[in-house]
Every structure is written in C-alpha cells, then in structure tokens.
Design a protein around this ligand. Structure first.
Ligand code: G6P
Length: 631
C-alpha cells in the first residue's frame, strides 16, 4: 500500500505530483504529502496533511512552489498513527534529504537505535524515517572523499543505504546537493518510470503516469535508478548498468465517471452485466464449422493435459473467488485443487507435488503476499531437476501490466475495467467468470464432464448479462428498504454450503469492509458448532439456499437459526422450502453451478445500502486500501 510519485524535468513539479497522487489514492488515504526542491533557493519545501488527499490539496492550493523536481506520497499507515508527523515525505535533520517510501523496513528499530545513539533526532514513529537519516550520513561520509556533489553521489549513498535495509520498499529520494536529480529504488514493491515530454515521472502504478506518457520503463526488482532531466541510469543489485527498451503502456488513461450513482461501488455493482458481456465476448468463441461455443484461453491443450493438481494463492475477495474456482475445478472438472491464503502459503507451503498448476489471483496484480507466494513457488520449483516439478503458472488479474502480469505469459485478463471502490465487486464477479472458463477448459481436456453438461454450463453463462441486469432491477430498491431495518445491527451471520459457502464469506466480508458491522460467513452445517451461541432476535442470519445438492440441508440449518429467534433472510429462488425466510431476496431458478454469480449480487447491494444508510465513506472505507503492497 501507499502510493509514491516522483518527477524531474522542466515542468512545475507540484501539479504533476498532485495529479499523480489523485490516481494513487486507492493505495491508501491516511495522509498525503509532497516535497519539492525550490529552484531558486535550492531548499526542500515540504507540505503534508493528515487524512485524504483533498486536505493536502487545500493546504497547497494557494502556494506556488517554483520547482521542477519533487516527490509525493499517499499513505496507508503501517508504523505510526495516521498523523501529520508520520506522513511522508520524511526529511533528515539537516533538511537536505527527503524520502517517500512504500513498503516496510523490517530492521528499522535496530537502525533507529543506532542513529539515535549518534545524536539523530527522530520526528516520527515510522520505519521510513531511518532512510533519510542514513542517506544523509552516507552523503556526509562521501563528502569526506571530496566527491563532486551531483546525482551520482546521491546514487552511491542510496545504494549503500539500501544494502543495509531489510524488508520491501519502493523509494524516491531528493537531495538538495543535486537539485535536478532523483534517485528511485525498489525491492518487491512496484515502481514504474514514465518517459514524458520534458519530464520523467515515477510512480507506484501506471494510472499516475498515463496522462503524461504512454512510454514506460518498469523498474525490476532490486534495481536503482538515477533520473535527471537529461536521462535515466538504471543499475541492478550488482551495480551493473542496465539497458533496455521502454515499453508502451497498453492502458489508456480512463476517466471514470460516477454517472448518476451516489458512489462508485454502486456503479460498479451495476457494471456487472456489462462485465459478463465483455467476458463472454472475449472468451467465448464459436467454432465456425460446428457452431459449438468454446472457451478461448490462450494456452494450448498440452498445457491443460499435463496438469494433475492445482494450487491457488490469493488474498481477500480474490481468495473467495478462488474458493468458488476450487469447487468448480474439483467438482466439475475433477482436478484436485487447494486454495491458500497467499500470506500463509509463503511461509508454510505444502510439500512439492509433480505436475501442479499454480494460480495467482489478484485484481490489482500487486498484492505483496500473492506476489511473494508466486515468487517462492517459481523459485522452489525451478530448482528441481525433474521436469514434472517445474513451475506451471496462471495469473488471473485485472491488470495485465502489473507485477503478477510480468511473471508469466499465461494470463487470464478478467477485463473488468477500472474499479474505483476499494471493496471489490465487479472484479470479484469477473474473477469468478475466469474460473468458470478454466473449469470448462479442464473438463473438456480431461473428459471429466459430458459434452452435454459442458454445453449446458456454457449456455447458462451466456444468459448472465440479462439475468444480472434483472436482478439489479429487482433488488436495488428492496435492498435499500431492508437496509433501513438493519443498518444498526451489531452482528450478522452469513450461511452457505458447497459452491455458495465462499459467497457467504464474501457477503460477510463486503458488509464488514464498508459498514463496519461485524459479520461472519460460515458453511451452514458448521453454525451449530459455535456461531449458534450468538443468535437471538438481534442477529440477522442471511442464508444462501439454492435448489440442488445441499438445498434441504441449508434449509434445515436455517430452521435451526429460526428456532433461536434469529431474523432469517434468504437468498434463494421462490420455491418450496423458502417460505421459512422472514425476508426473501429472490434470485431466478438457475443451475446450482452458476448460482454464485447471481447470489452475490443481492448481498453486494445489501452491504452497499447498509453502509450508505450509515453515512459512511463507501468507496474509501477506513483503514483499507485497494492495493496491498505490504506483507
Ligand atoms: C485488499 C482489498 C480487497 C482485495 C484484497 C486482495 O484487501 O481491499 O478488496 O480483495 O486486497 O487484493 P487483490 O488485488 O490481490 O485482489
């Protein structure tokens, strides 16, 4: 998390920095700050504000900083509360070095104690602040060697300092001794250099660059770069100069309009019929001879044939999509599949098994734990001599140009378009669709389902745009009404079974994230092993009951809740058995296999309306960020 932006060139830095930060606010909004080297005085001018970027913009609206070199930051607090003193940029005691950072410096305590013993005064509680102090110390040592004061000196100083840092970082550094230069460096956290007309701009993510240039140079892991208006020098960790051609940015700058919606989240929930349509248009192709519809993933049949088992790593909502995916891959396609929290997998991976496909699911493509888990799997599998253990990867992401996108050419682009709301909705929906495509592909290649079943599933998928549109029409108003009755509850239990158990988890997560109401999702059969103790008439229970394998069981579990006075809300078709619900959020009678794609919609709407009714900041819920680039 945290977004950084840095610029050097011939244009005024401040508007470029503010513009870049606006595009990065999704990475954190606890505070924001900028530092620019004043081109007349050659001093660093720094301005910071607690809270959202608009507070910083207010601060600087009447200030005209004449300077073309600057850095900016939007923060998601890790070390130190969201207060001005902890906002970046951080500056050393001489006021000559300013630093912004995204990441975590794990050994900062040890470094801080040492620096304090040497008389350095710390002004924040952050891990980052050790960096400007260490760089100034290095610069001082280098000055004893009577080196010229220029960007190369800063580069040497930064290189020496980062060799002592543990953890992950993306850094941008200013020094008044080289007032037209910037040094940037990265380990694990992302950083991209944009080559503009008259400036170089670096940022954590491409949207911050896209309005200035489409020509970019992503910095690779462990690289460091020196930038000034005349050029860029990039070095790897062995201090070898790196030369490579810039690449062109595929995504154009998209201005996303909220249209008539009150929040982006509601708009994005309403985007889902189009998400389904785009996905179907891109990934379903008709065989010109047979007329048969097929999934058009760009991997050859041999790839699918060789796979005997699947492991999926993901976090948050993406993990819930992965759980539905795992159900489909096992139960529909017959491939043993395990889903892992990426943060757990990276420290306790399962023993290596042969012919395994590893799938990373991340809408942002940058989640630190997911990237680390994938890296670890590539590493441990690449070291095996037996071909059967070699890595096979697929990335499911909404950002093909992201870190995960650069790990493999086997990418399933979920094509959901930009999602602004921090709580994922349409990206979740599109991730689900990607797993349907994979399960169908595997079922075809492995022959685990009859052609009839496969065709039926494909045909059900083609109805989705219309079905979801109808659902939205049917539910938006009633979800709003229901929200009026429940906006003040303290706990909500979500129940689901089988393929809809992950939907219960996702329903609970959505409610928690944006309304701050405690919610827990459970496999319906587990309710009696604990959560039932919470139930009384103040605790609504939302149960997903879809006719099929486990319908009767789910209805019985709902009865058990009703017997404890819980208010029962059902997400189910209008059919026998569902009369037990005190309130029904009806969904069409559909094949159980595709029910998650519909059951999630009323739950998204309900969470949205509860949060909106509580007057909360639905699109930027407290403490969360859309791209989580720290462990
Ligand atoms: C954060 C976001 C969630 C998201 C999760 C995983 O927690 O707030 O909405 O599901 O990260 O993100 P990813 O980009 O890996 O899907």
């Amino acid at each position: 998390m945290c977004g950084i932006v840095a610029v050097t060139g011939y244009k005024r830095a401040m508007p470029l920095l503010i513009n870049g930060l606006k595009k990065l606010e999704y990475r954190g909004y606890d505070s924001a700050g900028i530092a620019v080297i004043n081109s007349e005085t050659k001093k660093i001018i720094c301005n910071k504000a607690e809270g959202k970027l608009k507070n910083l913009i207010n601060n600087v609206s009447n200030i005209d900083i004449k300077g073309t070199v600057g850095i900016g930051h939007t923060r998601w607090a890790t070390h130190g509360k969201p207060e001005v003193k902890n906002a970046h940029p951080h500056i050393d005691n001489s006021g000559k070095v300013a630093v912004v950072q995204n990441g975590i410096i794990e050994n900062y305590q040890e470094l801080k104690i040492k620096l304090e013993k040497e008389g350095i005064i710390f002004n924040s509680d952050t891990d980052t602040e050790v960096i400007p102090h260490l760089i100034q110390k290095e610069l001082h040592a280098l000055s004893q060697l009577e080196l010229e004061s220029n960007g190369s000196t800063l580069l040497v100083a930064v290189r020496n300092v980062i060799s002592d840092l543990e953890g992950s970082y993306a850094l941008a550094i200013l020094w008044t001794g080289a007032p037209d230069s910037l040094v940037v460096a990265r380990r694990q956290a992302p950083l991209i250099i944009g080559i503009g007309e008259g400036e170089f701009i670096c940022a954590s993510d491409t949207p911050a660059i896209a309005n200035l240039t489409k020509i970019i140079l992503p910095l690779e892991d462990e690289e460091i770069a020196l930038l000034n208006p005349l050029g860029i020098e990039i070095y790897n960790s062995n201090n070898e100069r790196q030369f490579r051609n810039p690449i062109s940015l595929q995504t154009s700058e998209q201005v996303i309009d909220k249209m008539s919606f009150r929040h982006y989240m509601l708009k994005e929930i309403y985007d889902q019929p189009e998400t389904a349509k785009n996905w179907l248009d891109k990934f379903l192709i008709k065989d010109s001879d047979t007329g048969q519809l097929n999934i058009n993933y760009n991997f050859d049949t041999k790839f699918f044939e060789s796979i005997e088992r699947i492991e999926i790593v993901a976090c948050g909502t993406s993990k819930h999509a992965a759980m539905v995916g795992s159900f489909l891959l096992e139960q529909f396609a017959g491939i043993p599949t395990n889903v892992f929290y990426a943060s757990e997998f990276r420290y306790s991976p399962p023993p290596l098994l042969p012919n395994t496909l590893t799938i990373g699911v991340t809408q942002s493509g940058e989640t630190a734990d997911t990237i680390a888990a994938i890296n670890m799997e590539i590493q441990r599998r690449s070291s095996m001599s037996d071909e059967k253990y070699k890595p096979n990867l697929i990335a499911i992401t909404n950002r093909v140009e992201s870190s995960i996108g650069r790990k493999t050419s086997n990418i399933i682009d979920i094509c959901a378009g930009i999602e602004i709301g921090v709580a994922a909705t349409k990206t979740f929906f599109a991730q689900l669709l990607s797993f349907y495509g994979l399960a169908i592909k595997f079922a075809q290649v492995k022959g685990s389902q009859s052609e009839k079943n496969i065709n039926q599933l494909i045909s059900e998928l083609t109805n989705l745009p219309l079905l979801v549109e109808q659902l939205l029409e049917k539910h938006n108003h009633s979800a709003e009404k229901l929200a009026h009755d429940f906006f003040n509850v303290k706990d909500v239990i979500f129940l689901g079974r089988g393929i809809n158990y992950p939907i219960a988890l996702e329903g609970a997560l959505k409610l928690k994230e944006i309304s701050y109401i405690h919610a827990a999702g459970y496999p319906a059969g587990e309710m009696k092993h604990g959560p039932i103790a919470l139930l009384d008439k103040k605790v609504p229970v939302i149960s997903i009951a879809i006719p099929g394998e486990v319908f009767d069981k789910v209805i019985s579990n709902a009865q058990e809740a009703k017997a404890r006075d819980a208010f029962l809300i059902g997400v189910a078709p209008e059919c026998n058995g569902t009369e037990i619900f005190d309130h029904l959020m009806p969904i069409p009678s559909i094949n159980e296999w595709i029910s998650p794609l519909l059951a999630i919609v009323p739950l998204q709407l309900l969470s949205y309306h509860i949060a909106a009714h509580r007057g909360l900041d639905v699109d930027q819920p407290r403490n969360l960020a859309k791209s989580v680039t720290v462990e």
